[in-house]
Ligand binder design. Sequence first.
Ligand SMILES: Cc1cc2nc3c(=O)[nH]c(=O)nc-3n(C[C@H](O)[C@H](O)[C@H](O)COP(=O)(O)O)c2cc1C
Length: 224
Amino acid sequence: MKIFSTKRELLFFLTHPAIWFRKSRSIEQLNSSPFVEFQQWFDHAHRRLWGEFPNWCCLSTVDGEGSPDARIVLLKSFDDDGFVFYTNLESEKGNQLAEQPRGAMTFFWEKLQRQVRIRGMIASVSDEESDAYFATRPRPSQIGAWASLQSTELETREELEQRYREFSQKFRGKKVPRPPYWGGFRLSPSQFEFWELRRSRLHDRFRYDSGSSSGEWKITQRYP
Ligand SMILES: Cc1cc2nc3c(=O)[nH]c(=O)nc-3n(C[C@H](O)[C@H](O)[C@H](O)COP(=O)(O)O)c2cc1C
């Protein structure tokens, strides 16, 4: 089956005005901190992608046998310490991270034709941090976190809805506490890559690597 056509390429160009006039950058134009560079790209995506969540990312992990896995999660905060997401600690990803505490996050902002890849070690956030974030979630999501035994087998949808009703009843008129099997993880980056579409597949790619003794990030440009 033929997937791409010239007509489709033309349509793509017409429906992605963000890419029309942009110019290639050089290493000198990048921020020396990948966190600042990421903040700028994220803010740009936040401003430009109306009605979309710029914080969706693909989280990749590996299991104990080195087999990769990946799924979308929502980035909930980031700063120089790392990138935080929340999940069920007993889910597939939770179990994989318990065995192999490393992973990658990939952001793809389709309309902007920009991708950011981040790799690093992943550790649990503190109970206080998870509690504080859990308290900000809407009540139905809080009860949903109790109801879902994420990634384990579910016989029927009714079973899930029944659990939801039971926990709604249990916490009626009370504050919903964070389930012991739910919390946050923080990815501490050792590498970033910023990719931006350019014509003729001559895309821009810049990589930041940590590890220098001075604590500075090494920036390199890569073939697309
Ligand atoms: C847009 C989107 C956002 C999601 N956000 C989260 C999230 O923040 N945390 C989470 O645990 N799962 C999230 N999910 C569900 C995961 O992709 C996945 O189905 C679930 O976490 C189970 O993954 P696992 O079996 O690999 O642990 C999201 C899915 C989508 C499509």
